[in-house]
Design a protein around this ligand. Sequence first.
Ligand code: KG4
Ligand code: ZN
Length: 343
Amino acid sequence: MRVLGIETSCDETAAAVVEGGFTVRAHVISSQADLHATFGGVVPEIASRRHVEVITAVVEEALAKAGTSLEEIEGIAVTNRPGLIGSLLVGVSMAKGLAFGRGLPLVGVHHLEGHIFASFVAAGGPVVPAVALIASGGHTELFYVRAPHDYQVMGRRLDDAAGEAFDKGARAVGLEAGGGAALDQLARQGNPQAVPFPRARTDHPLDFSFSGLKTALLRFLETDGGRTPVADVAASYQQAIVDVLVEHALQAAHAAEVDAVLVGGGVAANSRLQAQLRTVATARNLRVAFPPPDLCTDNAAMIAAAGHSLLERGVRHGFDLETKAREPLTTATFAPACQVEVG
Ligand code: KG4
Ligand code: ZN
């Protein structure tokens, strides 16, 4: 089955053609990052307007790059939750129009399920059972993935998401654009041990809290008065985020008794996270699946892949498919995590 995927949940307009579930024929991303840069965050109204302007061209480009046309598409998958409502509506309306016009099955996909499927795409098929760490600008969550579409929550963010911590940290150290990717770049020249930033502890050992770290960075910059090289500050700050992500992912794998860790979301592109998790995972005989960088951040290939799997299972949505600003991927909680020991 050849599925067209559409993703417009935030500030990326994306379309992709995926075949047989995990083969990406083409995927196109039109980023609005520069449009929002001066505002210090995504402006919802600007985001949805830009989606409207570019979505048709992005879909056409994906079809052309895949060497196919709508006549050969057999299903339409679209992110319908969670995300910015005005942005989601653009993608969902486009998907409904295409499905209606060509009489194709339509399926709405949860954005976080898409990020899990990005790892499956990278691996060429489902890697289960596993734990999945999804860390992006809006999410930092750990899931037990028993099988495709069967998820339980192991840990969640209590305040800032990891990507948000990266973005705020990047701005605090003077990087005007580029967010986490720019901080990652700067940190490569720095000493990650230079500043002892805190690693937040939470009541539930697998939850995440990064707001205290951000405050610690601001306080440090104020009192340091520019004495510590900025690359050292960036590397130390990044290390504090990465240590927590790696430790929690390993604890989750231990608690769930799985030997695979999937990582997704924009923060999965972080070079330090990738290197550190790979090193410790190898030492513990764990398999780690990182999507390639262009499938870590928001894209439509992951949506087409997840949609393909849902369509294969007979899931179909009508033209009354809703958009939702918030919705957990699952309400099921992985119980043994409550008694997790630091492994
Ligand atoms: O998944 P994504 O594209 O969008 C959301 O769903 O939020 O993630 C974007 C986030 C941003 O916060 C960005 O700063 C972060 O991912 N990010 C990174 C890196 N590349 C993107 N964070 C750390 N290191 C990177 N290399
Ligand atoms: Zn995302």
